[in-house]
Ligand binder design. Structure first.
Ligand SMILES: [Zn+2]
Ligand SMILES: [Zn+2]
Length: 265
């Protein structure tokens, strides 16, 4: 059983209306024992402000750690939208607060988020996927201030024609380079069950990529629902032990003070 959800948002994030208290109570009601709140910080987001009020966020999560200390363990995390053109600003924030866990994610590529329709205007779907993966690789090479890379094939959620242009083998050069660079740098990946919520029938990344990560020697794997609302906390976690064991994992990972801890699946 997986009892830790290490990717969730609260109303400190621009795109969530759920209070941190509600997310925590939902986690407790789902028998989770350990969570990490990972609100969004995205520099240069194209359609408005995606900044966290970091002093207030840090203060509030620390306060909730104490309030709920006999019911659930809460870590202070962040999901940082990484991009080469804001490297200095992003790194400076990530080193200024006492985060337990940092997810590095690619959300915006060349100024556009594949979540928004304008990303897909005037480009082939395959071209869009390659752009996204190339930029992910660049971020992994450039940044050191993160623990796992978030939802590596996030873009597949938003391909206009669905998943049909995606299979691991079509992008294996880029995906292998991404995984190998992460492993070499001592970084991990996450299994993000948002893919199930989006109806993909797979987590992000896809099982083929999870298997490949194990084959290449990858060990660090956190698990997160990417919940923006209480009903999505620990989303479809009951599917994970079988799914991850069949991909070759024996452990999943949590973080405290940026150090990994391993738990048997
Ligand atoms: Zn994300
Ligand atoms: Zn997220």
């Amino acid at each position: 059983m997986v009892t830790s959800d290490f990717h969730m948002h609260t109303d400190f994030s621009t795109d969530s209306k759920a209070s941190a208290e509600k997310q925590i109570l939902s986690a407790i009601s789902r028998q989770l024992t350990h969570i990490c709140i990972t609100d969004h910080e995205d520099y240069g987001y194209p359609t408005g402000n995606f900044h966290l009020n970091l002093p207030e966020y840090t203060r509030k999560i620390k306060e909730l750690q104490t309030t709920f200390s006999d019911q659930i363990r809460i870590e202070l995390g962040i999901e940082a939208g990484l991009r080469p053109d804001y490297q200095k600003e992003i790194s400076s924030i990530l080193n200024s607060y006492p985060f337990d866990f940092i997810i590095g994610s690619s959300h915006v590529v060349q100024g556009k988020d594949p979540y928004n329709a304008d990303f897909w205007e005037g480009i082939q779907e395959k071209e869009g996927i390659i752009l996204y993966l190339e930029e992910t690789l660049k971020n992994i090479e450039l940044f050191d201030d993160f623990d796992v890379y978030g939802h590596i094939d996030y873009i597949i959620r938003y391909v206009p024609s669905g998943q049909r242009f995606y299979s691991y083998s079509d992008y294996s050069d880029l995906l292998d380079a991404i995984l190998k660079t992460l492993i070499q740098k001592g970084k991990g990946i996450e299994c993000n069950t948002g893919g199930f919520k989006y109806g993909l029938g797979h987590p992000n990344p896809h099982e083929d990529l999870l298997k490949r990560y194990v084959q290449l020697g990858g060990e660090i794997l956190t698990i997160g629902s990417d919940a923006h609302a209480p009903e999505h906390v620990a989303y479809d976690f009951q599917k994970l032990p079988d799914l991850l064991l069949s991909c070759g994992f024996k452990y999943y990972t949590t973080f405290h003070e940026r150090k990994p801890q391993f738990h048997r699946l």
